[in-house]
Design a binder for this molecule. Structure first.
Ligand SMILES: [Zn+2]
Length: 130
């Protein structure tokens, strides 16, 4: 039976992994390492690369960069489809240190949308130096 690890557990796993690897070149890589670590606690844990990326975006010690030069044009969505609150673009820096939008995030609920469906994106995950 599959089990979903809590956000806190995933977040801790991501930090542990990056404190040894310092940098990982894709969300699939990060997810693979995180699942391996979490399975030591419970072998039924499962984790999708998109969820790993979303959680990594919320960790202040981790920098997420998009491996693209292109700026993706976002659809013009103004309100959250779940709660109708304001919606903000979710941005990360690309390799040229320019901010690019990678999806949307609701300002009040946990709704988040990725651009993955429109344009597969590669990410790098880096542990910020202290
Ligand atoms: Zn919302």
């Amino acid at each position: 039976m599959k089990k979903i690890p809590s956000k806190d557990k995933v977040s801790k796993a991501i930090k542990d992994i990056l404190s040894t690897h310092l940098k990982l070149e894709s969300q699939e890589d990060l997810a693979r390492h995180a699942v391996k670590l979490l399975k030591k606690e419970d072998k039924n844990y499962t984790l999708s690369p998109i969820r790993v990326k979303r959680i990594a975006l919320d960790i202040p010690e981790i920098e997420v960069k998009a491996k693209t030069k292109k700026t993706v044009k976002l659809q013009d969505i103004k309100n959250c489809p779940v709660c109708e609150s304001d919606i903000r673009p979710l941005t990360v820096k690309n390799l040229l240190n320019k901010n690019i939008a990678i999806g949307y995030r609701c300002t009040s609920c946990s709704y988040q949308s990725d651009l993955e469906a429109f344009m597969p994106m590669r990410y790098i995950f880096i542990l910020k130096s202290h």
